[in-house]
Structure formats: structure tokens, C-alpha cells
Design a protein around this ligand. Sequence first.
Ligand code: NAD
Length: 352
Amino acid sequence: MKFNIAVIEGDGIGPEVTRAAVAVLERVGERYGHHFEFNYVLAGGRAIDETGVPLPASTLEVCQNSDAVLLGAVGGPKWDQLPGHLRPEKGLLQIRQGLGLFGNIRPAKVFKALKEASPLKPEIMGDSLDIVVIRELTGGLYFGKRGRDEAGAYDTMRYSEAEVRRIARLAFEVAKKRGGHLTNVDKMNVLESSRLWREVVLEVAGEYPEVTLNHQLVDNAAMQLVRDPHQFDTIVTANLFGDILSDEASMLTGSIGMLPSASLGEGRLGLYEPIHGSAPDIAGEHKANPLGTILSTALMLRYSFDLEEEALAVEGAVEKALDDGYRTPDLKGLGRTVTTEEMTDAVLERLV
Ligand code: NAD
């Protein structure tokens, strides 16, 4: 099969980690008989330098006409003093909006070889951990009416049934492909928007009898994530709660360079990127951990291209490289310290 992938290398370590991910996709193409076409486009700091804006119209157009978008990371001190609308991060928000990406998928996975990196006690952590947090991305408190009046300041949290239905369906689809268990997180004992959220989630649950569903209030969920994370498989929640819980879940893994993410909309087109930033402190030093971006390609294969076997092959190759002791400098634990390129080669060699 043939797929068009828009590649935004971005700033800092972005080009180094996207190079690794492209090499992995090319190897997948060779092994499994697919053709991936890569179209390089600008966004973020480099786009500001070369075009004056963080997201040139041509970039959005190429992304809209692609099957998936691969992104390194954007931003850095060079652009920190610019006004808000000209900041590199604005380019990312505009892409997500322009592509109608309403759901953010963030796996928090701890590989067995890296379990010591987790801040959790060994008896809570166990051998490994595998949770996915699905966050609604384009509604709720961050997009509601806000302002100031004589009494103070206010923000509003609003969800339409349609907004909840589409993120709920996305979450059930993901849970179905994973462990078959979905935890809905809301604050329905206090918030009206959460009561609507829960009603709609319950209604959508009727379409997915194969997925078991439970509910937790967000304060309890935040506590349960550190008390007993193994009770979770897939979590779905609103924008604000997801922002916080997905960061909490990722810190359970203890290694920011390892974690991928996907942002999805109605169709198959998605944006895939590591959760880390552009790490300007180590840019160009061959120290960047490429595994978060490489694992983002596994999500791309799974969610945009429906190539589950290929996705598992990439994840398996990463796991084997870790089991065999390859470690970029950010990864603690026993092993051999290697460069970005050596880690990438280790994954490529194990991609069979
Ligand atoms: P960061 O994630 O870039 O770095 C935090 C720390 O983690 C640094 O010490 C860095 O060296 C380390 N780190 C991050 N990724 C790593 C990797 N793959 N391998 C090894 N070490 C890694 O966060 P920050 O320092 O707060 O932000 C730096 C810049 O990135 C800022 O301009 C910020 O706005 C931007 N940013 C971009 C995104 C994005 O593009 N999605 C996300 C977060 C931050």
C-alpha cells in the first residue's frame, strides 16, 4: 500500500528524532511491501525564520492532503521573546485546529527493561505498565467563553453531545483494540457538563458490548493512578482533566524521551509526535532519545494506516533494543550508553 506522510522536523532535537522515525518507516516499507512517501514541510521556529509565521498556509495544505503527519518538536529560546501569535507552539495549535484533530491519545508504557526508571515503588509498578489516556482536545474549559467583570474572572466548560459522542467513540475503538477496558473520568458529582458527558458515554457504550466500562471521578482517578495504576487500560476524559492526567500518567514511566502521542479526528488522518519538547539543551549532541518518535510511528501505523502487525513489529523492535541493553543518556538503568544514531540502528536491526 502507498501512504503520503507530511514530515515536520521542527526545532532543537526535532530533526534528529524525525530522521530516526523516517528510517524506521522506510524499513517497515521494505519489510512489508508498503511505499511511504515523505513530504517535508515547515512549522514552528524554523518556519518563523524562513517565512515569518509559525504555520505557513502551504504546510497546512500539504498536511491536509496527507495520510498522516509526523512531527518532531517545535520551539526554543531563540523564539521565546516573540508575541503569542508568532510563537512556534502557535503553529502546532493551528495544525491541530486546521486538521480537525479532536482526540489526543497518549500511551504511558513502561518497558520491563526500564522499570527502575519509574518513580513508583517496585511493588506498585510490577514488571511493566501499559495505560492509554485519551483526552478531548478541542472543547471544554480551554475553549469556552472567558473574561473578566466587576466581580472577578471566569472561564466556562461547555460540551455538546456531538463533541462527547465523537471522543467517546474514538475511545471505545481504541479500548477495543487494546485490553477491552475503558475508564471514563469526569466530575459528574459537581459539573453539569460532566453529567452530560457521562450520559453520552453510557449511550455510546451500547455500541461496544465487547468493551467493559467503569467511571471514576477525576480526583479519585488522579489518586488511583499512583495507588494502583494496573487497574487502568484505556482512560477517556475531557480536555482539562486529560491535560493533567496524561502528564501524571507519563511521569509514572520516568522517561519523557520514550513516550509517543497521536492526535486524531473524524477520518484516518492523524498527527504523530513524541510528547517531549525540542530539548534545546542537547540539540545537535547526538544524545536525543529517538524512541518516543519511533514509537509515534507505531501509533501512525496502527491508527492512520490500520497496519497492526507492522505497529507491533516496531514496538517489538524497541523492546528488544532495550532488553539488549541499549540506552541513550537520558535512560537510567543497566546498559550501554549509545548515541541517537546507534539507538536507531539497534531498532532497525531488530525490525524483522
Ligand atoms: P523538553 O521536553 O524539550 O525538555 C525537558 C528535558 O527533557 C530537557 O532536559 C531535555 O534535554 C530532556 N529531553 C526531552 N526530550 C528528550 C529526548 N528525546 N531525549 C533525551 N532527553 C530529552 O521541555 P522544555 O525544556 O520545557 O521545552 C523546550 C522547548 O520545547 C520549549 O521551547 C517548549 O516550548 C518546546 N516544547 C515543544 C513541544 C512540542 O513541540 N510538542 C512540547 C513541549 C515543549
